[in-house]
Design a protein around this ligand. Structure first.
Ligand SMILES: [Zn+2]
Length: 71
């Protein structure tokens, strides 16, 4: 196998709940244009990708992350 799968970053850091105020973490899951990066590229597990997506949406609502892209 040429492509090595990355470990889920949230599992690795043993974060139990993804905080929408943890902008540093969430920024790792959005692209330069502010789009949410899909699971294949983030390497997140399904559970945490969903948690990250929810947190990003909440963070956008709180204006912690940009809205551009993604629509
Ligand atoms: Zn995980």
């Amino acid at each position: 196998m040429a492509y090595r799968e990355k470990k889920c970053r949230i599992c690795e850091q043993q974060i139990h709940e993804v905080d929408c105020k943890d902008v540093n973490l969430l920024q790792g899951f959005i692209s330069f244009q502010g789009k949410i990066i899909n699971r294949k590229r983030t390497g997140n597990c399904a559970k945490h990708q969903r948690a990250a997506t929810q947190a990003i949406k909440r963070a956008r609502f709180l204006a912690l992350l940009p809205y551009i892209g993604d629509q």
